[in-house]
Write a protein that binds this ligand. Structure first.
Ligand SMILES: Nc1nc2c(ncn2[C@@H]2O[C@H](COP(=O)(O)OP(=O)(O)OP(=O)(O)O)[C@@H](O)[C@H]2O)c(=O)[nH]1
Ligand SMILES: [Mg+2]
Length: 393
């Protein structure tokens, strides 16, 4: 078993006995020689150790993401995998962790590398056809391969809209007029009395936020203040917050008292989120109670927890799990750019353009693929990626 190492200050006093592990390069995380010190967690002690280490003049505090940046620069991982480290640290849900883990394992990098190789094959074929008659320009074969690459890119981009939401959680807001039963619905979905429910209108003022995983999908639920025109003071401030979160919502559950039905007062609030389901609540008070979901309308009783499972089932159907897909904006952008050039190339083949014109499109498409794993990514790209990291990773 390894023994603790005494760490002394400049006066020779022992300030800590810490576990010090040496990771020799190139098999360390960064590929360089690395020493890792595990000490007691008191921040004052950590500051003292950092001061002692800094005073040697041999070390400084790392920049954000510097360890992972060095790992990338020394070829320990490609850029998509380095981004995956950040995504893994920031993931808030099991689903997000899985997506980041798959990216870190190189699943996307491998598929992209294979596409790049296929394009390289076409370019080599075209260039060979310039040099020798033994390798004639085979228009049909090139067109078929480019078509197949485009289909593969499309399958990667197929979840371009839903994958980022699945990574960070589906922002879901419960809104509606005062007393409609929003907090009751919030509690019924979560399965415990998280928010205060009261017969008086204007009970909820601040937004209450809870994460809830249903059918493997991560939802970020928000219970909000009831919306009414005549509100003032703190209630008005609460309504302003409701409007802000409604505009950022992927899904709105708009709660209506089923006995009153939808009124003109509700109309302005129905279109603020990306998707809205109107939840007719208090269905138990209807003369002939009804429950279930029909299109974008659901009938429930939040108080008696009736119809909630059907509602949740239909909500999860809106966000199918499917393949993990590409969830980082930079990857989606570069894949879309590659697709544009490949589609242009395909059209050019059909129009009978000369092969040298096609090579330009193919090279640009290939560069876009390469940029995903680093390629010629400039300093600014690296800066923007690693500045999102925390210090020490
Ligand atoms: N019968 C019946 N009563 C309900 C139901 N859901 C809520 N209520 C009642 O309606 C009243 C208001 O419920 P809340 O959940 O506090 O309503 P809210 O929309 O959050 O109200 P505010 O926060 O004030 O805007 C309470 O007395 C609840 O018990 C339901 O499904 N059936
Ligand atoms: Mg409430």
């Amino acid at each position: 078993m390894q023994k603790p190492t005494a760490i002394l200050d400049s006066a020779g006093k022992i300030v800590e006995k810490a576990m010090v592990v040496f990771h020799p390069g190139p098999r360390s995380y960064t590929g360089e020689d690395v020493a890792e010190i595990s000490c007691h967690g008191n921040p004052l002690l950590v500051d003292t150790l950092l001061e002692i280490i800094g005073a040697t003049g041999l070390a400084r505090i790392a920049e954000r993401g510097e360890f992972t940046k060095r790992a990338y620069l020394s070829g320990k991982m490609d850029l998509a995998q380095a981004e995956a480290v950040g995504a893994l640290i920031n993931a808030q849900s099991a689903c997000g962790v899985d997506m980041a883990r798959s990216l870190l394992a190189g699943d996307l990098s491998r598929r992209i590398a294979s596409l790049g190789e296929q394009i390289f094959g076409i370019i080599s074929g075209i260039e060979a056809s310039f040099l020798t008659d033994d390798a004639p320009y085979d228009e049909a074969a090139f067109s078929k391969t480019v078509g197949a690459i485009i289909r593969e890119v499309d399958s990667l981009l197929a979840h371009g809209d839903s994958a980022p939401k699945r990574y960070s959680g589906i922002v879901t807001t419960i809104a509606g007029l005062p007393n409609a039963g929003k907090s009751s619905l919030f509690n019924a979905i979560l399965g415990y009395p998280r928010a205060i429910v009261h017969q008086e209108s204007g009970t909820t003022r601040d937004i209450i936020r809870e994460r809830f995983v249903f059918s493997g999908i991560d939802f970020l639920f928000h219970d909000t203040a009831g919306i009414r025109e005549t509100a003032s003071g703190p209630e008005q401030a609460g309504i302003q917050k409701t409007m802000d979160i409604l505009r950022q919502s992927h899904l709105v559950l708009y709660v209506v008292d089923a006995c009153k039905g939808l009124t003109e007062e509700d109309e302005p609030w129905l279109k603020l989120g990306e998707k809205t389901i109107v939840v007719m609540n208090k269905a138990d008070l209807l003369p002939g109670p009804r429950y279930g979901v029909q299109g974008e309308r659901a009938w429930v009783s939040a108080k008696y927890r009736t119809g909630i499972d059907e509602l949740m089932g239909s909500i999860s159907g809106l966000f199918p799990l499917g393949q993990p897909g590409v969830f980082l904006g930079r990857h989606t952008y570069l894949l879309s750019r590659a697709r544009e050039y490949l589609a242009h190339c395909l059209a050019a083949i059909d129009e009978g353009m000369t092969p040298d014109v096609l090579v330009l499109d193919l090279k640009t498409a290939r560069e876009s693929f390469q940029e995903i794993s680093g390629g010629s990514a400039g300093q600014d790209v690296l800066e923007s990626i690693f500045s999102d990291f925390c210090i020490g990773k």
